[in-house]
Design a binder for this molecule. Sequence first.
Ligand SMILES: [Fe+2]
Length: 219
Amino acid sequence: MSVFARRQDNKNLAMDPIAPLRDFVIAMTTLVSNNLQEDAVLSEGTPLLERLIKSNSWLPDFCATPHPDFYQQFLLHGDPLERFSVVSFVWGPGQKSPIHDHGVWGLIGMLKGMEIAQSYQRLPNGALVTDGKEQRLQPGQIESISPQRGDIHHVRNALEKEPSISIHVYGGNIGAIRRHVYDPTTGASKSFVSGYSSDLVPNLWDRSGVRNQIQHQEG
Ligand SMILES: [Fe+2]
């Protein structure tokens, strides 16, 4: 990209800070409209999410604020046909999830801080055993989740004194999907629906920055 093009890009971003999220939502909408197999959605969605998490300036403050007691899941966009949703997951220092599943495919992109995830397998007798080693997710890295491969894990903020934020894309309206949490000792499961941490979503469609451009041009 030329210096001029980069300057123009930065100027456009300053006038339209939510543009990276809007571009991502448009690209994901196109992707899920192609009725691809799960593996293809995950592999083609990965570079889209990689591009989104290159910066965090597009994430509104209200979707980046940790709660002192609970991890937060803010809806960034819900597909009107509930084919996918995008959320910011905000961990306060030292916070962790229970062992849980998802029921749909997912992509997790680390935006800020660091997360540690441990996968589990469920044996035929219902007991849970760890599946592989703990995975550390650093900013810029992407992890995928697939119910076909097994999607039980728990996640924690690797940082004891700082918040961490990851951006997740799921193959459904994740806040409304009936899922399960698991007892680590017995493997017993309990249904839950996560919901979202706020009633608000970012406004992807405010293009009023264009006004400033017109004023500038017509002076
Ligand atoms: Fe999860």
